[in-house]
Write a protein that binds this ligand. Structure first.
Ligand code: ATP
Length: 301
């Protein structure tokens, strides 16, 4: 049966890649005046974020074909805490992130930030409050400094360098012959997946949003890169309300709450220890990934 769904998975993946390019260029909507699929409510007010308390209340959603994808999701992300969303491919994890950024409107329920329904606030203020570190960052054919500052026209060179430092990419940039003026992208320096992700982290540090969505890369990074990125991610998660869409469970062991999504429903929730004790889907996924890690390590040895 899984063979049957593979082409669909692939389509989903292509779609996500394109979509994430768009997410990354969220603020371009204003520039190129592309009508988004959602519109501001007539009396929309700017979102006012005090603590960054995110709640999903019986959230229901399906894409155009009307097939339900999320079937009543309740989530309570305490201010400053980290919630990880895990689950099989196609469970609806990325959909959850897209709804928070309001790329689509819900078919039922609501999402609130500090008590304000995100459908009732201006999209510009909502998107200004949320930082997204996507799976795959789109870089512009410009300098690495420009790519870090992207979206923050008022950033000074000192701001940019501070963010690069926080994202653990300053050393790499300083080693380039042209430093921050080094060109990247198709016609310049090619960055690895890990380096690109660090550019995205630096961008997010500059934006300094109270709410953060991390969409973890599906493709395995080598374990050293993964460990380095984990450290920098921990640094940006501190003090922010964070939702992590996770594929590798080893990266979310310390999350305050882990939510297991299956076919659009929450089937388990708790801490890593709670869920292992429970011996359900999470424990099964954990065992499987632990075996895969062991096999990969044995192969590498
Ligand atoms: P993965 O772990 O593979 O990233 P996921 O849990 O993030 O999966 P989603 O990307 O949220 O899953 O997708 C949930 C379901 O919605 C899948 O069945 C997917 O094919 C479908 N889907 C995603 N985007 C669209 C779209 N634009 N139109 C129709 N269906 C979509």
């Amino acid at each position: 049966l899984s063979q049957l769904f593979r082409p669909l998975d692939l389509l989903g993946m292509v779609y996500r890649t394109i979509r994430q390019g768009v997410i990354d260029m969220g603020s371009m909507f204003d520039l190129i005046d592309t009508p988004s699929e959602v519109t501001d409510a007539p009396a929309a007010q700017p979102l006012s974020v005090a603590r960054g308390h995110v709640r999903f209340e019986d959230v229901r959603f399906g894409y155009d074909d009307g097939m339900p994808i999320l079937k009543g999701i309740d989530l309570d992300v305490a201010p400053g805490s980290t919630v990880a969303v895990v689950g099989p491919s196609g469970a609806g994890k990325s959909t959850l992130a897209r709804l928070m950024y309001r790329f689509y409107d819900l078919t039922g329920g609501r999402i609130t930030i500090d008590g304000q329904d995100i459908a009732q606030v201006t999209q510009a203020s909502l998107r200004a409050a949320i930082g997204i570190v996507p799976q795959d960052t789109v870089l512009f054919n410009d300098t690495i400094g420009y790519n870090i500052a992207y979206g923050r026209a008022d950033a000074t060179q000192a701001d940019i360098e501070g963010a690069a430092k926080g994202a653990a990419i300053a050393g790499f940039i300083e080693r380039q012959p042209d430093g921050y003026a080094t060109r990247v992208g198709e016609r310049g320096l090619k960055l690895s997946g890990g380096e690109k992700q660090r550019v995205a982290i630096a961008r997010t540090l500059l934006k300094n949003p109270p709410v953060l969505i991390l969409d973890e890369a599906t493709s395995a990074l080598d374990s050293r890169t993964e460990a380095e990125i984990m450290d920098t991610l921990e640094a940006i998660e501190r003090g922010r309300t964070t939702i992590v869409i996770a594929h590798r469970l080893s990266t979310i062991v310390h999350a305050d709450q882990i939510v297991v999504l299956e076919a659009g429903q929450v089937v388990e929730r708790g801490t890593h220890a709670d869920l292992l004790r429970r011996g359900g889907l999470y424990a099964e996924m954990w065992d499987r990934q632990a075996n895969e890690r062991e096999e990969a390590e044995a192969e590498a040895a």
